[in-house]
Design a binder for this molecule. Structure first.
Ligand code: CP
Ligand code: NVA
Length: 310
């Protein structure tokens, strides 16, 4: 049965029900088919999406902008210096004003609380396009991509190797929500936040799946169906790059490490990748790698999200 998501915001996968997640996947698959066969799917004719970016972006910016256009609407891009937010107009006032003009907002920024507040004080759906804490649109796309490739989610094992960052957090939420087992391997001091791990443990308990937080990458990757990694220094942490390169040097996803995974494992990365750091070319360009299908699917999944919420 269809669940009504109209008017809701998408801030964290942890806020979504199982039904809502699968509804997003079903619409994504149908919109993907329509787009690839050239069938019209202008579900948001005349609607406007505001896109606020306080950080750079290739995939998120382009896929949201192309996506809203293909749905019959328009996207308005606001860069770091474009809004009065930059000159300390409050999030509350910004939310109230933008709600009078737009039908939805996608925001990529640093502080997760800003996204929560934008949604709280505004009256239109807010879509989280990445914060320091979470990256839900990416992980919904990742799960959709796994479903396409493996025809199921429940019971699969995903190993995440690297920094316990926004990607690790949303993967913990996403995998545990759909009953996938997740093993995260990060060095001491760079593990995912306790609160997120607790969310995942609670979800996994309901689904009968497993959540492991480890230190040893080979142990995490053992018999994995999916091996996932992300940059060692996220946007905003550039000054720590050199320090992190040393700390994370044993966390590279390379041919030696993936020997521990299942033979038909998928390699995934949200991109952008720092090849030679968190992933070796031999893995990123291998037959197991689905990184470009994953990037393409951002378009289809986000179109479904916009169509359902807006
Ligand atoms: N994966 C992702 O969000 O990429 P961008 O930073 O290019 O948007
Ligand atoms: N963890 C990365 C993800 C980029 C899509 C960052 O926040 O920069």
């Amino acid at each position: 049965m269809a669940v009504n998501m109209r008017g809701k915001s998408l801030i964290s996968i942890n806020d979504l029900s199982h039904e809502e997640i699968y509804q997003i996947f079903e619409l994504s698959a149908s919109l993907k088919m329509k787009q690839l066969s050239g069938e019209s799917h202008r579900l948001l004719e005349g609607k406007t999406l505001g896109m606020i970016f306080s950080k750079p972006s290739t995939r998120t910016r382009v896929s949201f902008e192309v996506g809203i256009y293909q749905l019959g609407g328009i996207g308005m891009y606001f860069g770091p210096n474009d809004l009065q937010l930059k000159r300390s107009e409050s999030i509350q006032d910004t939310a109230k004003v933008l709600s009078r003009y737009l039908n939805g907002i996608m925001i990529r920024t640093f502080d997760h609380q800003d996204v929560v507040d934008l949604s709280k004080y505004g009256s239109i759906p807010v879509i989280n396009g990445l914060t320091d804490l979470l990256h839900p649109c990416q992980v919904l796309t990742d799960l959709f991509t796994i479903l396409e490739k493996k025809q199921k989610l429940r019971g699969l094992k995903l190993a995440y190797v690297g920094d316990g960052n926004n990607m690790a957090h949303s993967l913990l939420h996403g995998c545990s929500k759909v009953g996938m087992n997740i093993s995260v391997a990060s060095p001491e001091g760079y593990k995912p936040q306790r609160k997120i791990v607790d969310n995942a443990l609670a979800n996994a308990k309901l689904m009968g799946s497993k959540v492991e937080i480890l230190e040893n990458p080979a142990e995490a990757v053992k018999d994995a169906d999916i091996v996932y990694t992300d940059v060692w220094a996220s946007m905003g942490q550039e000054s720590e790059s050199e320090k992190r390169k040393k700390l994370f040097k044993n966390y590279q996803v390379n041919p030696d490490l993936v020997k521990n995974a299942k033979e038909d494992y998928l390699f995934m990365h949200c991109l952008p990748a720092h090849r030679g750091d968190e992933v070796a070319d031999e893995v990123a360009d291998s037959v197991n790698s689905v990184i470009f299908d994953e990037a393409e699917n951002r378009l289809h999944v986000q179109k479904a999200i916009m169509a359902l919420l807006m």
